[in-house]
Design a protein around this ligand. Sequence first.
Ligand code: LMR
Length: 300
Amino acid sequence: MIAGGQMLGSNQPVIIHMLDIEPAAEILKGVKMELLDGAFPLLKGVIATTDVIEACQGVDIAIMLGGFPHRKGDNKDLIFKNVGIYKAQASALEQHADPNCKVLVVAHPANTNALILKKFAPLIPDENITSLTRLDHNRALNQISEALNVHVGDVRNVIIWGNHSSNLYPDANHATVDMGAGHKPVRELISDYQWLNTEFITNVQHRGEAIIKARRLSSSFSTASAACDHMRDWILGTPKGTWVSMGVHSDGSYGIQPGLIYSFPVICEKGEWSIFAKEKMDAVERALVEEKTVAYSCLH
Ligand code: LMR
């Protein structure tokens, strides 16, 4: 996807650095062969290595996929094992990547791994370290599109609050659907509030488990696509009128403890994200209520 331009656009050449652990070195070589055989016009180089310093050298973007394998149950053990992994990778990034390197943590538990990375790479600006909740965001868009039988591309502005875990909170209260003649609130289109307040939430929260049960493997393609969406919007900007969900450094917005990595609605412009402010969200709601009043008055 990166080599094909899905992450950074069809005019942006890329050099891909891939890092894996020693036992996977041979597999990594095979992945490199496949990338080269893809003859991607945008792909200007591939580095496949097990050396963390070589992998981090000069990179502008770091997508942290690796972590100790996630299994069902207690996260404490996982956090303990990931601290070691992330500590080493954080210092390599801090010392060898571009000073303005943008980091996306995907590996479980993503928000806390990002926090560890932040702690051990204090020279990387806080706002450059993010975690992936775009997968959950996209899952929420899909749930709504299926419920309303509309195209997923016409649904926007769901929010994933919190963490990529089964206690994340998918919020459709400000989501809208493009109906051709303007956007309508999902809350108006889905009359079954019971579904929105229960099944919708648990479906998004437990989608990862459902995929594992069906595939006997964690989600892969949808995660990769969400990671591309996250980086593309961060670097190239979110479309006008649209916010997306990203795990970012909390500045205390919405009463969330400052310094935590937490998933908020964000808008991105010129390579920078900002948390979509509650006041602005209230203004969007007021505008929609006004539109609704006008629309309803036309019915009489
Ligand atoms: C997902 O949401 O698809 C994954 O995080 C599931 C998992 O446990 O690997």
